[in-house]
Write a protein that binds this ligand. Structure first.
Ligand SMILES: Nc1nc2c(c(=O)[nH]1)N[C@H]1C(S)=C(S)[C@@H](COP(=O)(O)O)O[C@H]1N2
Ligand SMILES: [Mo]
Length: 212
């Protein structure tokens, strides 16, 4: 399960604003949980990594697009965000009008955050991921888990994901504030460098890229 021309992919550290945790040992997976906050609730529902991995694992070959004009298609293993909701007994349709704020675990340099629309995430089969191309996420790639909404630019998916907040607000995220990126994160129609194909292609900007 290798991505062609993976050596040409821009470094994961280049786009890791707060940077990864110092080492794998910095995250104790025996006590780690993903925390999900319902609207106006101050204590989260928590799920261990083991439980997360036993919900309904899928592997999908899908393309992601970076606002910095490049794109790559890779093999992503994890679960559908919608399946996580179902598993936790949270009816996805009840929260369709809400948003999902994602927070990274954070480092001394801060915490990365981004907010997405839940209805769009469910419709576009957003995933929580722990393996890429058949291998566990490296620290740089977002170990232990990351969220990806394939219909949006990559800055809308948080690596080293720690907290999810279901909220009726749509806050501006870390990168959006710093670089002035649009907070909806919709992919814009233009030419991109396609890393796995080693050529330039026009992406029409209507959502997830499925044509190639
Ligand atoms: N926690 C965190 N997640 C993040 C970022 C970040 O700075 N911090 N950068 C985003 C951006 S802009 C990109 S392009 C992708 C890079 O993912 P990659 O390491 O798979 O290339 O991670 C996204 N998720
Ligand atoms: Mo990016």
């Amino acid at each position: 399960m290798q991505t062609p021309h993976i050596e040409k992919k821009p470094s994961s550290l280049r786009y890791y604003q707060e940077g990864p945790p110092e080492s794998l040992d910095a995250i104790d997976m025996s006590t780690w949980t993903l925390k999900l906050f319902l609207p106006y609730e101050s204590s989260p529902i928590q799920i261990t990594f083991e439980k997360l991995k036993n919900i309904a694992t899928i592997t999908e070959n899908r393309r992601v697009v970076c606002v910095c004009n490049w794109s790559i298609r890779r093999n992503w293993t994890g679960i559908l965000l919608e399946d996580l909701f179902d598993y936790l007994g949270i009816n996805p349709s009840r929260y369709r009008c809400y948003n999902l704020k994602q927070l990274s675990l954070g480092t001394a340099k801060g915490v990365y955050d981004s907010t997405i629309e839940l209805s769009n995430a469910f419709e576009n089969r957003a995933m929580i991921i722990w393996d890429i191309d058949g291998a566990a996420l490296s620290l740089e790639e977002g170990y232990p888990i990351r969220l990806v909404d394939f219909s949006l630019y990559r800055y809308k998916g948080v690596k080293c994901l720690s907290e999810l907040h279901i909220t009726d607000e749509f806050e501006q995220g870390y990168w959006e504030g710093k670089a002035g990126y649009c907070k909806t994160g919709k992919i814009k129609p233009k030419r991109y460098r396609i890393v796995d194909l080693q050529e330039h292609r026009f992406i029409d900007g209507t959502g997830e890229v499925t044509e190639f």
